[in-house]
Design a protein around this ligand. Structure first.
Ligand code: NAD
Length: 358
């Protein structure tokens, strides 16, 4: 059987329940094997093993080129930030779409891909006080991560036949945001088949709320991406169901490593109770499967989880009655059906598309 080695970065709180759910899904529903290479990133393990743990994990991820990360409690350092630096993860891709069955205050359907430059901006510099009445921080924008993120966004657009909108405040932050837009424009010349437009970031937020369907892939600098991903998740009703791919690249700008994770935290209030919702980590796992080239299996996992949510088969946090394992078993069964019968998948997708516009 074809086997893919994947690093499993275990964490805290509900992490163990989520990992059991993913393993169940992978073992019972996929026509290939995942060979998990686990690393314990729990608070206790990080405290006792220190830097060596990150070194070993990063080395292994460079070998497997793929990792699934479970939520970790931020006590001293943020493991996400440490791994991002060690692996040179420069781009974060967060797909956000309306999930039928998840209650939301927002009426229109959303289907956005936020592509965010994972480094730089003000986030690399906490700043410093100037005397006691003022503080300053440095905002650094570098060409290379901008170029890398732009190539990623345009490649994604070409593959999925979508458009790219780049957004910033280039009319005010003329040097920094201006540099970003100049690099994006340069890259866009290599993709004449991909529609590209530029929007000012404040106007973009209003336009997405007014007409979300006008936007597909949105390419932004670090801070804007942070705000936009969470706003988009809010529009679809849940921060808890977001998942991201974090990518590092080689010299030819091809993806070298991918680290995939859920947006939510360790949910200590429900840990160990069998109530954790594995949807976000399943969507992260689906992104990982795309990264491995197993596009059909990735779509099957995603569609299976979304089918069940639409049918009201879910965990208590989104109004259902299922325990984590029960939901995982149902998703596994449905994934199998999607993989075995693609005609059934396209019928299901058609039904989703035919939903009347709200
Ligand atoms: P949280 O996301 O853990 O929890 C917020 C609320 O959402 C809680 O009521 C929780 O029960 C619920 N929730 C979250 N995920 C859920 C799931 N999968 N199923 C059902 N309910 C879920 O946020 P928090 O309480 O602010 O943070 C708790 C810890 O998580 C902190 O230590 C924080 O540092 C860490 N954290 C880690 C990551 C990460 O590793 N990527 C991200 C965010 C927070």
């Amino acid at each position: 059987m074809k086997t893919y080695p994947v690093v499993e970065l275990l964490g805290d709180g509900i992490g163990a329940e989520l990992a059991a759910a993913v393993r169940l899904l992978a073992t019972s529903a996929l026509p290939f094997a995942i060979e998990w290479r686990p690393f314990d990133l729990s608070v206790e393990s990080r405290a006792s093993r220190g830097e060596a743990l990150y070194d070993e994990a990063a080395r292994e991820i460079e070998k497997t080129a793929a990792a699934l990360k479970y939520p970790t409690a931020t006590v001293k350092e943020s493991p996400n930030q440490v791994l991002r630096r060690r692996l040179g993860l420069q781009v974060i891709h967060r797909p956000v779409q309306t999930i039928p069955g998840i209650p939301t205050n927002f009426k229109a359907d959303v289907d956005l891909d936020v592509v965010r430059i994972a480094t730089g901006g003000t986030y690399d510099d906490p700043g410093q006080m100037i005397g006691t009445e003022a503080a300053v921080s440095l905002r650094v924008i570098e060409k290379e991560p901008c170029r890398q993120a732009a190539v990623f966004a345009f490649e994604l657009a070409r593959k999925t036949k979508k458009s790219v909108t780049s957004s910033s405040k280039h009319t005010i932050q003329r040097m920094t945001d201006g540099l970003f837009e100049a690099v994006v424009k340069e890259v866009s010349r290599d993709y004449p088949d991909v529609p590209h437009r530029v929007e000012l970031f404040d106007a973009l937020l209003a336009k997405i709320v007014l007409k979300p369907r006008n936007f597909q892939i949105v390419l932004v600098l670090n801070e804007y991406g942070d705000f936009l991903s969470d706003m988009a998740c809010g529009l679809v009703g849940s921060l808890g169901i977001g998942a991201s791919g974090n990518y590092g690249f080689d010299r030819e700008r091809r993806v070298r490593v991918g680290l995939f994770d859920a947006a939510h935290g360790t949910a200590p209030d429900i840990a160990g109770q069998g109530r954790a919702n594995p949807t976000a980590i399943f969507l992260a796992f689906a992104l990982l499967l795309y990264h491995l080239g197993e596009v059909r299996a990735g779509s099957a996992v995603k569609n299976a989880a979304l089918d069940l949510l639409r049918e009201g088969e879910s965990t208590p946090d989104v109004g259902g009655k299922l325990a984590t394992t029960e939901f995982a078993e149902k998703v596994a069964g449905r994934t199998n059906r999607h993989i075995l019968d693609p005609a059934w998948t396209s019928r299901t997708l058609q039904l989703q598309r035919d939903r009347p516009e709200k």
